[in-house]
Design a protein around this ligand. Structure first.
Ligand SMILES: *Cc1c(COP(=O)(O)O)cnc(C)c1O
Length: 423
């Protein structure tokens, strides 16, 4: 049996209807921005393998750090024990995170980082004997697939089987250009009519919604409304973190500071699954008590896995090199040039760029659904042409590894241009 045949015998893939989906491509190796399949066909990974891989595949620097840690202390339980990689990553994050973030809590993936933040928001008020149980989230948000994260997510066909089983979430419109006031008004009315514990948002860019963007001033205003009403703010930087928006964190563009920040995806440079939720001292203090019941009873077996911490340290070192910072600026400039060109195309509705993130919306005759026919046509065209891009309905976005060469970028752009002509 081939690998593909064995795969279809045993494996269940994410977001996949196995009856109608195509056979997955067998990838044998990766290096820098490139992947090769079992027939040695080359692909440009233009979405950094779901946004986790900013320094390219099989990065030697991170691999060496991981090997060194694996042969020193690969894992130790974090209940009652600690270790240098955990302390070092905490110190490092304190240097680069917004200044009000003082405590860090480890978990395994973006969903659990969000799960922890939502549980902390709810228990924060429970510990203070205040009845606040509503979470506020944006329409079309994506915060992950575990239960609280799913409740906060607004992409409804993902979650329709579980309606009625969720924590209490109220949704407000995203303050995209021209729609800011609606968003502010909706938030004001929600905080007046509900006992709100927290407001969770993807700062400046809603990734899974199709790289929907909004301005830092609008987010700042929403956060101020929350602060005035004692509602905790949770910045889900799982996608935006570690340079994607052109600054280390999307929150670096915003005048207000969040009470909690969720990190994962690029945290370990696409090597080892790990996530971190960070908190202000004030949030932590609501759990700090002689009463054991006020503690946060949450943990995962692989909490603060030393190997993951070592990978994260090496990743942040790479991010901070001037070479990587220049790469981010180079890609941003390149995207802006492409945007100028493509947005004049008669089949293009709009295009947008922030940092290394670029998105273009293509005109379609029918209302294009997330997994609609245009999406499939586009996806297949990109794969045939050796470019990994996963359109969201009629939206094609690029989120390249920062080390992608200009030549590779140009190939991605020209493939998108050809695709627009084709659909
Ligand atoms: C991907 C993503 C998550 C979920 O992360 P997983 O590691 O897939 O669980 C949460 N929030 C945002 C903004 C994301 O992009």
């Amino acid at each position: 049996m081939t690998l593909s045949e064995k795969d279809s015998q045993y494996l269940w893939h994410p977001y996949t209807q196995h009856k109608t989906s195509q056979t997955p491509i067998v990838i044998s190796r990766g290096e820098s921005a490139l992947l090769w399949d079992e027939n040695n066909k080359e692909y440009i990974d233009a979405i950094a393998s779901w946004w986790v891989n900013p320094f390219g595949h099989s990065n030697k620097f991170i691999a060496d750090a991981i090997y060194k840690q694996l042969t020193t202390l690969e894992h130790v339980l974090f209940g009652g024990f600690t270790h240098e990689p955990a302390v070092k990553i905490a110190e490092k994050l304190m240097e680069i995170l917004p200044k009000n973030q003082q405590k860090i809590f480890f978990s395994d993936n973006g969903s659990t980082a969000v799960e922890v933040a939502i549980k902390v928001a709810l228990q924060y008020f429970f510990n203070k004997n205040e009845k606040r149980t509503t979470i506020i989230a944006f329409e079309n948000a994506f915060h992950g697939d575990t239960f609280a994260a799913m409740a906060a997510s607004g992409i409804s066909f993902y979650t329709q089987a579980f309606q009625g089983m969720f924590i209490d979430v109220v949704r407000i419109p995203v303050p995209i250009k021209g729609q800011e006031q609606e968003s502010f008004d909706a938030l004001k009315s929600v905080v007046e009519s509900h006992n709100c514990a927290g407001f969770i948002f993807e700062p400046l860019v809603q990734g899974a919604a199709g790289m929907v963007m909004y301005e830092p001033e609008a987010l700042g205003k929403l956060m101020r409304i929350c602060k005035e009403n004692n509602v905790l703010t949770i910045a889900d930087e799982v996608m935006t973190g570690f340079g994607k928006t052109g600054k280390t964190f999307a929150m670096d563009y915003v005048a207000e500071q969040a009470d909690m920040i969720c990190l994962s995806k690029a945290l370990t440079g696409g090597t080892i699954p790990m996530a971190i939720t960070t908190f202000t001292q004030e949030v932590f203090d609501a759990f700090y008590d002689d009463d054991i019941n006020k503690a946060l009873f949450h943990g995962h077996t692989f909490t603060a896995n030393p190997t993951g911490c070592a990978a994260a340290l090496a990743s942040i070192d790479l991010l901070q090199t001037s070479e990587m910072q220049e790469n981010i600026q180079r890609i941003n400039k390149s995207h802006l040039n492409f945007q100028k060109k493509i947005e004049r195309h008669s089949k293009v509705i709009t295009a947008r760029t922030l940092g290394v993130i670029f998105a273009v919306e293509i005109k379609s005759d029918s209302e294009e659904s997330y997994y609609g026919s245009m999406r499939t046509k586009l996806y297949n065209f990109f794969i045939e042409n050796g470019v990994v891009l996963r359109p969201v309905g009629n939206i094609v976005y690029i989120l390249p590894p920062y080390i992608m060469t200009d030549e590779q970028l140009q190939k991605v752009y020209s493939t998108i241009e050809e695709a627009i002509e084709m659909v």
